[in-house]
Design a protein around this ligand. Structure first.
Ligand code: IMP
Length: 416
């Protein structure tokens, strides 16, 4: 029986998981998503053609790999179908959990309305409806993909839901859909998605029993986890490694090697605490050199230095076996490179993530910079100062950096 390899983001998302998942998808039979929705996103270029992936697992780009979207995910049929249209034949290669929750257009309208109402306390969500869809799931008033197989019944259920929540929808200026329109919409979804909807829990067990090579693809990052991130400035799902169990119906013993993805610096989109954020020229330089603009929303990302305290937290929460350090080349040419090694809270130095991260002031250690790591494919060929930086990070977080990426190109990857 095989154990599944797992990839998880260790910071605030956008760590560059796409490159590593794409790389690992070449050697896996199945790639499985376990949490989140179309708030995630990465772009992959193959033979000059660009593919935008939000929810379809990255195995779709490898003709031999099959793809599973687990029950822990919230799926917008409308957006998912647009994503599917990029690929020719997904029959027999794409399996969607009948227990995954359906994200409908009104979830996005509620998300956006709630953000507007929060004013300067807004979370800065992607506006895709993720929070309201998960909210309905937990409140036990959501709709599952399996229900799409009976559009008439689901239409009646959704209309009853609107009736029960009339006052809320009125305040949010969300109109009740017309019965005939809703039915037509759901029938359209069934026509495209119906053949892909299965019991993915049974499928997971079967492929593990058959010793298939399985890759579990995390979305967002540890610091955006609903429990272990910077609540309430988080997404609404369990983004950490343990989310793969609940989100796919596997057990903790089914998980093998955990690879955590981290950038050589830090970024965050949306609001919320980010102690090592750099508001000056160096932050700007990281944003430009790292092309730090969101793939899903196009928003400029907040940029700053590697946070070793938050990283230790992430390594422990996820049980990380190795870290894949991304975008080392973005630090090329800096005279010195800073790392947040501890926080100061109420005049006291601490080495863990406190309850209120916004009260933490970073304590930095500086390292000498280097000229160029871009394109280096061999650890020994890195400048000495870059090697020292990586070794210092390894010591601080107690984990090996087994993969180091020095450019977006597939080949520019150091494996140690
Ligand atoms: P939501 O997931 O749209 O509800 O957004 C909640 C928070 O998570 C916001 O700060 C978003 O910017 C952030 N977020 C959601 N998905 C991603 C992602 O894929 N990368 C980075 N940040 C994300």
């Amino acid at each position: 029986m095989s154990k599944a390899d797992l990839i998880v983001g260790l910071q605030w998302g956008d760590e560059g998981k796409g490159k590593i998942v794409d790389h690992m998808a070449q050697t896996h039979d199945y790639v499985c998503r376990f949490a989140g929705g179309h708030n995630a996103g990465h772009t992959i270029v193959i033979n000059g053609k660009k593919y935008a992936l939000h929810l379809i697992p990255s195995g779709v780009l490898n003709a031999k790999a099959k793809n599973i979207v687990g029950n822990g995910v919230v799926l917008s049929p409308k957006d998912f179908i647009i994503e599917m249209e990029q690929f020719d034949d997904l029959k027999g290669r794409l399996f969607l959990s009948d227990k995954a929750h359906v994200l409908l257009p009104y979830h996005a309208l509620i998300d956006q309305a709630k953000e507007r109402m929060k004013g300067d306390k807004a979370i800065g969500t992607t506006g895709k409806g993720i929070g309201p869809a998960y909210g309905d799931k937990i409140a036990r008033v959501g709709h599952r993909l399996g229900e799409l197989l009976n559009p008439e019944k689901l239409t009646a259920k959704i209309l009853a839901y609107f009736e029960q929540n009339k006052a809320i929808f009125a305040a949010m200026e969300v109109e009740t859909p017309k019965e005939a329109d809703l039915l037509a919409e759901l029938e359209g979804y069934k026509a495209v998605l119906g053949a892909h909807i299965v019991d993915t829990t049974q499928l997971m067990w079967k492929i593990m029993d058959e010793d298939k090579k399985i890759l579990l693809e995390g979305a967002q990052g540890t610091m955006l986890d609903i429990d272990h991130g910077t609540y309430p400035y988080v997404t609404s799902s369990t983004t950490v490694a343990s989310g793969a169990c609940a989100g796919l119906g596997i057990n903790p013993k089914d998980i093998g090697k955990v690879t955590g993805i981290a950038k050589a610096y830090c970024t965050r989109v949306g609001n919320g605490p980010f102690p090592s954020e750099d508001f000056g020229d160096e932050g700007d330089r990281l944003r430009k050199a790292g092309h730090e603009f969101g793939t899903t929303t196009g928003r400029p990302r907040r940029c700053g230095w590697f946070d070793a305290v938050a990283m230790r937290h992430a390594v422990r929460v996820n049980g990380v076996d190795q870290v894949s350090l991304m975008k080392l080349d973005v630090l090329d040419g800096f005279k010195e490179v800073k790392v947040c090694v501890a926080y100061e809270v109420d005049g006291k130095e601490i080495d863990y993530v406190p309850y209120e991260l916004e009260d933490a002031t970073p304590i930095y250690k500086s390292f000498p910079g280097w000229d160029k790591t871009e394109g280096v494919q061999d650890f020994d060929k890195l400048p000495d100062t870059a090697k020292s930086y990586i070794k210092a990070l390894e010591e601080m977080i107690g984990t090996k950096m087994g993969i180091i990426s020095t450019s977006p190109e597939r080949a520019d990857t150091i494996i140690r």
